[in-house]
Write a protein that binds this ligand. Structure first.
Ligand code: GFB
Length: 324
């Protein structure tokens, strides 16, 4: 990566693909807060799994920079039950955008991987070089293989055709606009849902999947968006770069923290018929720290704000989440 590199996003036409998801919304906000020119297109207008439609949209709209926040994402349960869809949809979406961006001479592309694509038993904390060095975690293999393919496509285009297409590897994320649906969500959102429901309905106990022993490195999505903006301008390399909190917490400890912040003092039961998945997943953030970036939002503040936003947004029917 060249020293003193800077890609100035000012006066550039920027497309955030997947602008309606938790990550996409945070990236759009971060860019628009900086008065940058951000383009978005809804799923109803553009099906990103369709190669020619994606190519023609990029050809017509001529974005000079693209942030790929579009993906089929979900927690451990939905990933483990829908591996074919996670593999297929993510391959189609990312390959259509990356390939069309290369053919239309897009100047900068930022592809988002995920820490879950590192090996199940990678040395801790996980360095970028750990990729592909040991077997993957079974519960999200389909998603991981798709994301590794996207990362490699960007890397090869960088090396073979000098395309400034970079890959960022975020850790587990949480925050506003997260998915709180109990079967498809990630753990932090799921526990906020379960614990606030228990509080509202005077339930004594909340179920935690697995043993509660796995540890996760959680980063607030606004910190990720800040890092993505920073790296879009400062980072140019064929190699991926991690973005994490450099901390970790066990699922059991996380549940206790959420309960305390939500004002619920019930007990937890552990359903060991559900998978633990990867036991440790803390990212090594030396590379991004050396570039001068660090997260700002501590997890307790982040969870408190997320609980508040969640309780404002959702109420409960007996069976499902209902948006207010
Ligand atoms: O967040 P999560 O679904 O995904 O699960 P991963 C993290 C840990 O929390 C697992 C436990 O050990 C779960 O068993 N857990 C406990 C729960 N209670 C719950 C619950 O009610 N809901 C959920 N969802 N988990 C994902 C990958 O792995 O990491 C995705 O599957 C994605 O592809 C994401 O990349 C970042 O952290 O295990």
């Amino acid at each position: 990566m060249s020293k003193g590199y800077n890609f100035n996003l000012k006066n550039k036409k920027i497309w955030v693909a997947g602008h309606n998801g938790m990550v996409g919304k945070a990236i759009v906000k971060t860019l628009r807060d900086r008065k940058l020119n951000v383009l978005t297109v809804n799923k109803s207008e553009l099906d990103l799994t369709n190669q020619s439609k994606t190519f023609n949209w990029i050809k017509t709209n001529k974005p000079q920079a693209i942030f790929i926040a579009a993906a089929k994402v979900g927690g451990i349960l939905t990933n483990s039950l829908n591996q074919s869809e996670f593999l297929y949809q993510n391959l189609m979406i990312q390959n259509n955008i990356i390939r069309s961006a290369a053919e239309n001479n897009v100047q900068k592309l930022i592809f988002l991987g995920s820490s879950c694509i590192y090996p199940k038993e990678a040395d801790q904390p996980i360095k970028e070089e750990a990729l592909l060095c040991k077997p993957l975690e079974e519960t999200n293999e389909g998603y991981a293989i798709a994301k590794i393919a996207g990362l490699k496509l960007c890397s090869y285009l960088y090396k073979e055709h000098n395309k400034d297409f970079i890959t960022i590897m975020p850790t587990n994320l949480y925050g506003p606009n997260d998915n709180f649906n109990l079967t498809t969500s990630h753990v932090l959102a799921a526990l906020i849902n379960k614990i606030t429901y228990a509080k509202k309905n005077n339930k004594e106990s909340v179920e935690i999947w697995g043993t509660g022993k796995p540890k996760r490195d959680f980063l607030h999505v606004n910190d990720l968006a800040d890092a993505v903006y920073f790296l879009a301008e400062k980072y140019s390399s064929s190699e991926p770069i991690n973005v994490g909190s450099s901390k970790e917490v066990s699922i059991k400890e996380l549940a206790k923290t959420i309960a305390k912040l939500a004002g619920w003092n019930g007990t937890f039961s552990f359903n060991e018929n559900m998978p633990d998945g990867t036991m440790l997943k803390k990212l090594d953030t030396t590379k991004i720290n050396n570039l001068g970036w660090r997260p700002k939002i501590d997890i307790k503040t982040g969870i408190k704000e997320t609980i508040k936003e969640y309780e404002k947004t959702y109420s409960f029917s007996d069976s499902a989440l209902v948006k207010n």
